[in-house]
Design a protein around this ligand. Sequence first.
Ligand SMILES: Cc1ncc(COP(=O)(O)O)c(C=O)c1O
Length: 391
Amino acid sequence: MSKKRRSVVRRSNEPQNIGSPLTTPLSSSVVYTYSDVDQLKAVYEKQAEGFTYARYGNPNAAVLADKISWMEDAQGGVMTASGMSALSAVFMGILDAGDRIASATQLYGQSLKMTSQILPRLGFKNTLFDASDPDTFTDAIQANTKIILAEIVSNPMLRVTDFPALTKVAKDVGALLVIDNTFTTPTGFNPLDHGADMVMHSVTKMLSGHSDLTLGYIGTNNQDLLDKLDETVSTLGLNASPYNCWLAERGLHTFDLRLKQAQDNAGRLSRLLSEHPKVSAVHYPGLSTHPDHTLAKELLNGGFGTMVSFVLKGGYENLNTFLKAAENIPYGPTLGDVATMMIVPAVSSHRELDRSERLKLGIEDNLIRVSVGIESFEIIRDDFLEALDAA
Ligand SMILES: Cc1ncc(COP(=O)(O)O)c(C=O)c1O
């Protein structure tokens, strides 16, 4: 091209390269260009592989969705901007006017808000069931229930869903079972292999692992559902950013190692806390005292997860004394970070519930949920013992 016809404003061609990049390149372009109308038409009509506009998908999201789908034994999946947008895509993409939903009482607080406040405001009636008590399933899940939402291991009480009983009721009434597998991870349980219709993750947490992005994922083995989810994500603008997907892929490479170490630490911490005189209760499915220990042993592939909840003796003041004394363990509302973190569900994830409703779920004022990290256990042990001494 003559110098006269060039402009720094115009894009350049990518440099020729007979090699292939080892790591997935970050593809931040919002738009993809084509040399003629037929090419673009073929991509829109799915006759040719390609990307068009970032709201419809991007290469980094496709790579990441493929990896998580492989981990979850899903035929395919879509990435979304956050775990909550993944749930939004499920409900907005699948419900029709007049449909009912059923959801577990022990969901992540904002998921519970979505099913029991936001969706009912839009006309979708929600009924609640206790996922670890099958006696509550048949009343809540009826012939016109379209979607059921549950987690395998609940937050923050770490109760385990009676999955075989729940899938049976879902199949009997023809409802779609959606499992939020964030806490359990694909290593702990693969819901699609056991009868769930969709599996969802807040990739923000353990899968990406470094608390530096928000992302969600929904996977399924049903092509019709996958098409609906895909269409909903792009139409409602729930799409994932390429940068976050690129970062999350990097985090995912070490997921197995992180999970192994954090899970081992969690088991040891649960035993340490169980024996401590300043602790009145410890909730961890790996403990033989946990009400769902036997079910957890059957379902969870030999692991019991990375989350431990415990009740600190004393009042609210003592809670603050403990948290201040545990100065090396960040107190903040997330989980699944590489490092150990704590939250108090009563003032973060479950703050929007009435106190009486919260207590009914077992979430006491002084309940502390620990997301156990991959530090050496000795460091975690010393931090907890020191803070408990001060409390
Ligand atoms: C179990 C569970 N599901 C869903 C979410 C929502 O995910 P996000 O924060 O990525 O929207 C969270 C967030 O904490 C969670 O813990």
